[in-house]
Write a new protein. Structure first.
Length: 274
């Protein structure tokens, strides 16, 4: 990791994700197609936020943005960042492909990640801005969704055992590249589920109402304590699935499908993006 310009420091080494459940396309990113113009069918990185600065364009998955040409994939077009390696130096993207594209913190499609739907433009989140090492074109039909699995290790990480917060903390530690996440992560107290969005904001972690796979959904209207869950699937209509503990099944694992962000006590009002 180098030249870090983010406001959030990621502590420790990001854990590798399990092999994605959707297949990556096999099309390579040929050097001849990389001309610094973001054409239809390409996934493009920008050196600056808001799709500004020099452009680096790709037609397929890249397992290590620090490899080749001859020492790394670089920003091609005129503008700020031209000639600089894309690895750990991109701030925003434009996905002009028909696939969801997943950007990873580590090489080899590992660590924290952020998904960009077909046609989407956007800034890399606080974890991935200037900390991007690989990207993967996912199945056009899969959307990056993950099959639910009760793999919880039952560690508490400073939260009440077998509660929603302990399970969400496990997902953050095991899948989102924050292996030391706990109730005191970042020097602040995360506390009950209802206060997680406030804790995230204090640390500069993105909080919005947009569900993505890997987001932590926060309900701060459910009683005094609220509720948190892990988003494992997102659909074209904006609905999403979650995995959770201690909701429908007391102190145990459960899932719910096709929820919507709303003020409803049975849904979620915020999405935290590590």
């Amino acid at each position: 990791m180098k030249n870090i310009r983010t406001t959030l420091t990621v502590v420790g080494t990001a854990l590798a994700l399990s092999v994605p459940l959707v297949a990556a396309t096999s099309a390579p990113a040929f050097a001849a197609s990389r001309d610094g113009v973001c054409d239809s069918g390409e996934f493009c990185y920008y050196y600056n936020s808001d799709e500004a600065g020099s452009v680096s364009d790709f037609t397929g998955s890249i397992s290590d943005l620090g490899a080749t040409q001859p020492t790394c994939y670089d920003f091609k077009s005129a503008g700020a960042g031209q000639g600089i390696c894309v690895k750990n130096n991109a701030a925003s993207v434009w996905n002009r492909t028909g696939h969801t594209v997943r950007v990873y913190y580590n090489s080899g499609y590992a660590g924290a990640s952020q998904d960009f739907a077909p046609g989407a433009k956007g800034n890399l989140n606080a974890t991935l801005k200037n900390n991007n090492a690989s990207h993967q074109f996912l199945s056009s039909s899969g959307g990056g969704n993950q099959s639910p699995t009760n793999d919880f290790d039952h560690g508490t990480r400073g939260f009440a055992a077998n509660n929603c917060t302990a399970f969400a903390a496990y997902r953050i530690a095991s899948r989102l590249g924050v292996p030391n996440f706990s109730n005191s992560y970042g020097g602040t107290t995360w506390g009950n589920a209802a206060t997680w969005d406030d804790a995230a904001r204090r640390l500069g972690i993105t909080v919005n109402t947009t569900p993505t796979v890997g987001a932590i959904a926060v309900n701060d209207t459910h009683g005094v304590y609220g509720h948190v869950a892990y988003v494992n699937a997102v659909y074209s209509d904006g609905s999403f699935d979650v995995e959770e503990y201690n909701w429908n099944n007391p102190l145990a694992y459960g899932t719910r499908s096709h929820l919507k962000v709303s003020s409803s006590e049975a849904s979620f009002q915020h999405m935290i993006h590590f």
